[in-house]
Write a protein that binds this ligand. Structure first.
Ligand code: DQA
Length: 155
């Protein structure tokens, strides 16, 4: 059988995260999605991983990326599902279905906000969730994911 191992992780951002830096800066800060993706590339590289970053405002497209992650033998997923985290059983099922170690991230602390943000379907499918660290949460998520999959820091 061919060796199918890759060093790629997917970093998936859901609806409205393309507006980071513009939307509600008092809640989400001033960093942009481009800043997030740069941070993720650097964080992944520290573990010999490559971050393939995608953003979509469409639930179906996000599900497609999760399915594609399996086809491409992606070794881990970091996902900020945005508001779909709180509504999408379909995203939950996609993550469970592909059996790829997944970390959920939210920029804001969803537990100090409206009660409709306190439940996440993605959290149930992920092995860990982080929220409230701003965009630094993506770095922490990648570090935790690397530990989970046994990717060691490069000296
Ligand atoms: O779009 C978002 C962003 C968010 O996922 C976050 O990163 O804090 C939190 C969600 O409740 C919200 O709908």
């Amino acid at each position: 059988m061919a060796n199918t191992t890759t060093n790629t992780i997917y970093v998936l951002n859901g609806p409205n995260l393309n507006l980071l830096g513009i939307r509600e800066p008092e809640t989400y800060g001033h960093a942009t999605l481009a800043d997030v993706e740069k941070l993720c590339a650097a964080a992944a590289a520290q573990y010999g991983l490559t971050a393939d970053c995608r953003q979509s405002n469409s639930e179906g497209e996000l599900i497609g990326y999760i399915h594609q992650a399996r086809e491409k033998h992606v070794v881990g997923i970091v996902i900020n599902g945005g508001a779909y985290s709180h509504t999408s059983i379909a995203l939950h099922d996609a993550i469970v279905g592909v059996r790829i170690p997944t970390v959920e991230v939210h920029v804001s602390n969803v537990y100090t906000r409206e009660s409709f943000r306190h439940h996440s379907f993605i959290a149930k499918a992920a092995f860990a969730s982080l929220c409230g660290f701003g965009i630094e949460g993506y770095r922490l998520a990648i570090s935790g994911l690397a530990a989970k999959i046994g990717a060691n820091a490069i000296a």
